[in-house]
Design a protein around this ligand. Structure first.
Ligand code: AMP
Ligand code: MG
Length: 407
């Protein structure tokens, strides 16, 4: 029996991987409208106050609160201010008709909502004594002029693109998209659409990894060149790697990183560059390879679909985010009670496919095999089980939400 290298702890492999992910040089300017999932390459500083002026948060009447000491005061309406209009200073002894979003006229210090007012001829009767400041949204209560609203390294999303637009930014500087060449290895693989199910040869399976890996890459902000399936041959693998290396920041493969004779990734990458095969102490997903081909990074994921999926989320995703200079690489883990027992401790740290139930706890998918992709669809998160540990119903466990890992 050949001696096997010791398994590497996941955190160790992660630190090693991140140490190699130097942020890509350069930045580009994109439309804020199109900037979802991009990483800011500049601090966004606000040139103005948001809201720009004090404005009304109600349809009603702008008043001087000191003039309304008691219920039933009757005052004339001296002007009408709709959203988008400037208004004029409020004449003493009068009120201004005002609408939501309209600037509060100078001199007024409160808004009386229209439900608290009744008509008294051409004047209005105020039915409730206002507190100074009520129903006024203050200038700058959202954003102060000169404030950094979003920092370099922030990964933009719908809310932050809205905030950037709110300070007038139609364009933002962002990190370049990592260019990733993706291919699958394995002679058993068939592309869906090329062979109908009833004509599949014995041993053949459809290539599922290609589909989720491409979409995961896109969600991580990458530009993907899908190079399809590379046959289990040394020359074909070398040729595919060589042609991908020049124009890409990362070559990502799935399959072929175990140590069987049909695993051609290792010798091919070694021929063109360097490769470290890492046996990571995690389940699913033990085999994992990092190397370089020319100037490109190389990452080889395991072929088993769940292993491929989970190692992508836990290792490749932070790697790609760091290439873009993102400040937050990891999801926020939360502690939730297990609504299941897990009695089989493993030597490796394990990531169980689980789902939250209506009782605020976690249910376990029955089949945790690394080939069962159904588990990843059923699940809404992973439970991080330390090596050698069991779980009893009611234990608080570390839950990693898939919603964050897939964002
Ligand atoms: P490998 O890592 O190449 O030894 O593959 C491990 C297992 O994953 C084998 O059962 C393969 O058939 C399966 N597998 C590899 N690549 C894919 C893929 N792209 N889609 C679905 N299953 C795959
Ligand atoms: Mg294979």
């Amino acid at each position: 029996m050949s001696s096997r290298p010791p398994l590497r702890p996941l955190d160790d492999a992660m630190a090693d991987l991140l140490a190699r992910a130097r942020p890509l040089a350069g930045a580009e300017e994109v439309a804020t409208y199109e900037a979802d999932a991009r990483v800011l390459a500049e601090d966004l500083v606000s040139p103005l106050q948001v809201p720009p002026q004090d404005n009304s948060s109600m349809d009603g009447y702008a008043v001087r609160s000191a003039e309304i000491a008691d219920e039933g005061v009757v005052l004339p309406v001296s002007q009408r201010i709709a959203a988008g209009q400037a208004g004029t200073p409020l004449q003493p002894g009068t009120v201004a008709r005002i609408f939501t979003g309209a600037p509060v006229p100078q001199g007024a210090d409160a808004i009386v909502m229209q439900e608290d007012v009744e008509a008294a001829g051409d004047d209005v009767r105020i039915l409730r004594v206002p507190d100074a400041g009520q129903w006024i949204r203050r200038s700058g209560e959202d954003v102060q002029r000169g404030a950094v609203i979003l920092q370099r390294g922030h990964r933009l999303g719908p809310a932050s693109c809205g905030l950037a637009a709110g300070i007038g930014r139609d364009r933002v500087r962002v990190a370049p998209r990592p260019k990733v060449a993706l291919f699958s290895t394995g002679d058993e693989l068939v592309m869906p659409g090329t062979v109908p199910p009833e004509q599949m040869q014995p041993g053949a399976i459809y290539n599922s990894n290609r589909f989720f890996l491409r979409q995961l890459l896109v969600r991580c902000g990458c530009e993907v060149s899908d190079l399809g399936i590379v046959p289990d041959q040394r020359e074909a693998t070398v040729a595919a790697l060589r042609s991908a290396a020049s124009a890409h920041d990362l070559i990502l493969t799935s399959g072929g990183v175990s140590v069987g004779e049909e695993d051609h990734i290792k010798p091919a990458v070694q021929q063109l560059g360097s490769l470290d095969l890492w046996q990571i102490a995690m389940k699913p997903g033990k085999p994992f390879a990092y190397g370089t081909v020319g100037d490109a990074h190389f990452i080889g994921l395991p072929g088993n679909p769940v292993s491929s999926f989970v190692t992508f989320l836990l290792l490749v995703r932070p790697f790609l985010l760091q290439l873009q200079g993102a400040s937050q690489l990891q999801p926020v883990a939360i502690r939730l009670p297990a609504h299941f027992d897990w009695k089989r401790p493993d030597k490796r740290r394990e990531f169980l496919r689980v789902r939250r139930d209506a009782g605020g706890g976690l249910e376990l998918f029955q089949n945790q095999s690394s080939g069962v992709l159904t588990s990843t669809v059923w699940a809404d998160g992973l439970v991080d089980v330390p090596a050698g540990q069991t779980i009893a119903r009611g234990d608080l466990v570390r839950f990693l939400p898939l919603a964050e890992l897939l964002a």
